[in-house]
Design a protein around this ligand. Structure first.
Ligand SMILES: CC(C)(COP(=O)(O)OP(=O)(O)OC[C@H]1O[C@@H](n2cnc3c(N)ncnc32)[C@H](O)[C@@H]1OP(=O)(O)O)[C@@H](O)C(=O)NCCC(=O)NCCS
Ligand SMILES: *[C@@H]1O[C@H](CO)[C@@H](O)[C@H](O)[C@H]1NC(C)=O
Ligand SMILES: *[C@@H]1O[C@H](CO)[C@@H](O)[C@H](O)[C@H]1NC(C)=O
Length: 469
């Protein structure tokens, strides 16, 4: 790894002036374990834990499945293993047991920053442990050092027409990184199963490292003049992403990126993007192909694209009513939306039954940095009214807001107003949640996934015979 770093420094004379600092950071942490070393140490424990659990309780019934569930999007069926996070319907997400306020307190920050660093969250999700500041700095440096894109990936983005949705461009670019896959090469060369995680790990770090360059290149091409600054090897991931997008000089936006990337990362394994990445990976497709599949799912309007829809919905609202954010006006607009047969975007959830703590974290950020922004006031005013209207409407099981109902407004405040780009940022963050599980899957030898399906005729036969007993 440090050899790779030295090579990239030698290849690029512009980097030389930062070398001393960079290596200072590396030496600072050289007495500490790297993420890969620490994860390697933890694998035998995890493998034993699972082996023992299966030996002792392998035949324990952990749930039952109704016909409604089979036809109802498999809601609530336990059948996936996901180590990074567990979602409680009332209190929301916990990352390795820690709530969002916990991680805001405990994870290392950038110097002078207050928000947690997403690279520290990646460490936590992969190992279950909070990294030290030195370990986090070393991981930031490693990600920056591995961030450059192969030419053919740049070309794919540059040759995409600007009317091709940013998520489609994003998924194509990630797919095209397959050419760089160490996992695919190692598999073709016949490496042993027990080494799969090693190459999955390397691909995952490469992939995470390259996402800011991919995302920002799409942004600059579609919405700006197509020019990109270079990744700064001394900055953390969120700061580099902000910089590449053209907002790096705004310290608040940099903080927003760190928070955004951290809280959008992971939401259990059953989520479309998480489940898809894990499923495709189970066929031993590389991390590039697996994440690209997950991103295609994230692009859907009931999933990640909801944050784009929320902003469009808010803007239409604002155009219609100006600054009249009265309870009556909002109530009427909500009913208009519902009566038109549409969902209220940013409200409702498959699992959550309370206000999403990711919403709350963003609301707190807004209260601190942009309390007087009119769109934030609108979001707040809707928060007062929508739960009541949705409850009266009586369909959704959860009338409370989710993460997407807040994120767009924060980006908009800082000038990132292009809503069709928002899901790309979500996708960058999602990689921090799904790649740790992919590495763990290969480390513990998770099998190819293959649940059983029946035709409707077969289900009729099955329920009749079960009911006659
Ligand atoms: C998130 C979501 C997809 C969860 O779906 P779900 O698990 O099926 O939710 P529920 O079980 O509560 O759905 C029951 C009914 O309420 C409706 N409903 C759910 N959320 C609703 C909302 N925000 N506005 C209006 N109706 C809603 C559903 O469409 C469904 O109606 P149907 O029976 O006519 O099909 C859904 O709440 C939704 O579409 N929300 C808006 C989009 C959004 O914010 N997505 C981002 C998710 S983070
Ligand atoms: C990972 O693989 C490389 C060779 O490709 C090897 O040098 C290295 O020791 C392996 N690391 C671990 C932790 O197994
Ligand atoms: C899936 O992921 C998104 C992003 O985290 C999240 O907002 C949503 O709660 C999840 N949706 C479901 C259906 O679990």
């Amino acid at each position: 790894m440090s050899l790779r770093l030295a090579q990239s420094v030698r290849a690029n004379p512009l980097l030389k002036k930062n070398t001393a600092q960079l290596f200072a950071a590396r030496y600072y942490s050289s007495s500490e374990k790297t993420l890969k070393q620490r994860f390697a140490e933890l694998i035998p424990e995890k493998v034993d834990q699972i082996k023992q659990l299966k030996k002792d309780y392998g035949s324990t019934v952990i749930g039952e499945v109704t016909l409604d569930q089979a036809y109802g999007g498999m809601r609530g069926i336990k059948g996936l293993v996901w180590e990074g996070s567990v979602l409680d319907p009332v209190e929301g997400i916990r990352f390795r047991g820690k709530t969002i306020p916990d991680i805001q307190k405990e994870l290392p920050k950038a110097e002078g920053g207050e928000e947690p660093l997403p690279e520290a969250l990646f460490w936590l999700l992969l190992t279950g442990e909070v990294p030290t500041v030195g370990q986090t700095r070393a991981l930031s440096a490693e990600l920056a050092a591995r961030s450059s894109l192969p030419k053919h990936v740049e070309d794919i983005i540059d040759n995409s027409p600007s009317h091709l949705h940013p998520m489609a461009q994003f998924s194509m670019a990630v797919t095209a990184l397959e050419s760089e896959s160490q996992f695919a090469k190692a598999y073709a060369a016949g490496v042993s199963k027990k080494d799969y995680w090693n190459y999955t790990y390397e691909d995952s770090i490469d992939l995470l490292a390259k996402l800011p360059n991919i995302a920002a290149r799409i942004y600059q091409n579609v919405f700006k003049d197509g020019k990109l600054p270079a990744v700064n090897k001394d900055l953390d991931y969120g700061a580099n992403l902000a910089n590449l997008l053209g907002y790096g000089s705004n310290a608040e936006f940099v903080e927003l990126m760190r928070l955004y990337l951290t809280i959008h990362s992971d939401h259990e394994g059953g989520n479309v993007s998480a489940h898809t990445t894990h499923l495709v990976g189970s066929a031993l497709s590389s991390p590039f192909l697996s994440l690209a599949a997950g991103l295609n799912g994230l692009a859907g309007p009931l999933h990640g694209r909801a944050n784009q829809e929320v902003l469009e919905w808010l803007e239409t609202f604002k155009k219609a009513v100006g600054n009249d954010f009265s309870k009556e006006t909002i109530e009427k607009y909500l009913w208009d939306t519902l009566n038109a047969g549409r969902v209220v975007p940013g409200y409702g959830h498959a699992v959550l039954r309370k206000t999403d703590p990711r919403y709350t974290a963003q609301r707190e950020f807004a209260l601190k940095h942009l309390p007087d922004f009119d769109m934030f006031k609108l979001v707040s005013a809707i928060y007062e009214v929508a739960p009541g209207v949705l409850t009266k409407h009586g369909k959704t099981k959860n009338p409370w807001p989710n993460v997407d109902s807040h994120s767009g407004v924060l980006l908009q405040y800082y000038g990132l107003t292009e809503a069709s780009f928002y899901t790309v940022l979500f996708g960058v963050s999602r990689a921090f949640g799904v790649l740790p599980q992919l590495i763990i899957d290969r480390a513990v030898g998770a099998p190819i996934e293959r649940p059983k399906s029946f035709s409707t005729e077969k289900y009729i036969e099955l329920v009749k015979s079960l009911n006659s007993k």
